[in-house]
Ligand binder design. Structure first.
Ligand SMILES: Cc1ncc(COP(=O)(O)O)c(C=O)c1O
Length: 481
């Protein structure tokens, strides 16, 4: 019998399976693009799928083609125009192809030698993005696996720069309690970063929000004064561009002025909406982002790439090196040379994927106009959907959307049960119906349906049918009571 290792690495076997898989995926993309009716989130309880796979696992034999098809069928269909749920990009197929290359070449990326091309390309694309954000001549950054790791990286840099002693080497000083200011609407990764750094719950000063759910500028001085009165040393303020739940943009310009006045770090969480910088029509939303000390932008949200790919940008790239100034003799230095733009010197990660190549391929193939079109079209669709909701009796918006995140609810005057319960019921029934994928959120303590319009092929027709379906489901819920 032939040696298993020879079989596993057989090039011709790889070629034919890859062709077959690409054919399957191409058919899938085309069906999705055409909006072929399919359960956007295939129905199955977790235990049911677990049993399915356990049984399959214990069963003799394996058909790779069948395996791939079953995975496709059982997955949530991000490329379907009626997927209007969470903030995950439907990746451009070319970006997915480069992922295959990254998976096979498997360059570890920790240092230049472990990923020469992808490390050099990482520097090119990160500097390109920093330039578009307007961070200036000394800017640069690094790619990390996700916005959560990105926010932590930015705040670690803040701590290392703003604290008067070397926290990285010496740890916290006796009695020192550090903190960050951020809107109460911020993504939880900011609070998590503070806790990871040992600041606990009191290390997050929550800035109250205004009617539009943006950090209330009038409260900034108060928040800082109160924090200081409690003995906290505030080292950074974080701006949302935009918030996760409702897509609200903080006033980044006034936050930057506040940060400068008080000599604290200004970090922008632009994981979702930082990409608005590419849209001539919507870039006003991120005015002030160019004044930040650090910025996070997820390519896998509004920039068409597969997860995870995040840029952490610094106004002064030197901060990127100081943040993790740690010795690992075998890896980070040979004693005579400084590490180049090596990733491991500047992120939490040692090994990481060759993330840069998918971004590079998209930029070179389509130009930055691809991102401009994507953001503009989807933010426009958010406005169009908001108009439809406003004009449809019984429907109401949670707030006027600033982005492609639109939160709303249906409150007919025949309602005979509490509105929050009713909204949650509508969402459950929508899931059961399978034609759309919509999520829910809480706005000022109330339950709302939340849509994130991530797919450029979602049409106003799709959205009109969604509203129609919601009304139909609502009537049934009311009638069943
Ligand atoms: C505003 C914001 N920041 C950070 C994150 C976390 O990013 P990731 O999921 O890439 O870790 C998210 C995710 O939804 C987000 O919306």
């Amino acid at each position: 019998m032939e040696n298993l290792l020879h079989i596993a690495y057989d090039a011709e076997d790889f070629r034919s399976r890859a062709h077959q898989l690409v054919d399957q995926l191409a058919d899938y993309i085309s069906e999705c693009r055409d909006g072929k009716p399919m359960p956007v989130l295939p129905p199955a309880e977790p235990e049911e799928l677990y049993s399915h796979w356990l049984q399959d696992f214990n069963h003799e034999g394996f058909d790779f083609q069948q395996f791939c098809q079953t995975i496709i069928n059982q997955s949530i269909h991000i490329h379907h125009p009626r997927y209007v749920g969470h903030q995950v990009a439907p990746p451009a197929p070319m970006a997915a192809l480069t992922e295959l290359m990254s998976a096979l070449l498997n360059n570890g990326m920790a240092i230049y030698e472990m990923g020469p091309a992808a490390t050099a390309i990482e520097r090119v694309v990160v500097e390109w993005l920093a330039k578009h954000v307007g961070l200036g001549d000394r800017s640069g950054g690094v790619l990390t696996s996700g916005g959560s790791a990105g926010n932590l990286t930015g705040l670690l840099a803040a701590r290392q720069t703003i604290c008067s002693h070397n926290v990285w080497d010496e740890g916290a000083l006796e009695g020192q309690q550090l903190a960050v200011m951020v809107s109460e609407e911020a993504h939880y990764s900011v609070a998590r970063a503070a806790r990871i750094m040992g600041w606990g719950a009191k290390g997050v000063i929550k800035i109250p929000v205004n009617q539009e759910l943006q950090a209330d500028d009038d409260q900034l001085e108060n928040c800082l004064a109160e924090a200081r009165a409690q003995g906290l040393q505030v080292i950074a303020i974080v701006g949302n561009a935009c918030s996760t739940s409702t897509g609200s943009y903080d006033d980044l310009h006034s936050m930057s002025e506040f940060a400068r006045k008080h000599n604290i770090w200004f970090h922008v969480d632009g994981a979702h909406g930082g990409a608005a910088v590419f849209s001539g029509k919507y870039q006003h939303l991120v005015k002030g982002m160019e004044l930040a000390d650090s910025v996070v932008i997820d390519f896998h949200k509004m920039m068409l790439t597969p997860a995870l790919t995040t840029a952490v940008l610094f106004k002064d790239v030197a901060h990127s090196f100081e943040t993790f100034a740690q010795k690992a003799e075998y890896l980070l230095s040979n004693g005579t040379q400084k590490p180049w733009f090596d990733g491991a010197a500047r992120t939490l990660e040692c090994t990481k994927k060759m993330m840069s190549i998918k971004i590079y391929a998209l930029i070179k193939q389509y130009g930055k106009e691809l991102f401009s079109e994507f953001v503009t079209q989807l933010y426009d669709l958010g406005q169009a959907f908001a108009d439809m909701i406003r004009n449809e009796p019984g429907f109401e918006l949670a707030i006027e959307p600033q982005s492609n995140i639109v939160c709303f609810r249906y409150w007919p005057n025949t309602l005979n049960m509490p509105i929050n319960y009713f909204t949650a019921q509508i969402r459950s029934q929508l899931l059961r119906d399978e034609r759309f994928y919509v999520v829910q959120t809480y706005v000022r303590g109330d339950t709302y349906l939340r849509t994130t319009l991530m797919n450029p092929f979602t049409s106003t027709n799709d959205l009109s049918e969604l509203l129609h379906l919601i009304k139909q489901i609502a009537d049934e819920i009311i009638a069943d009571k």
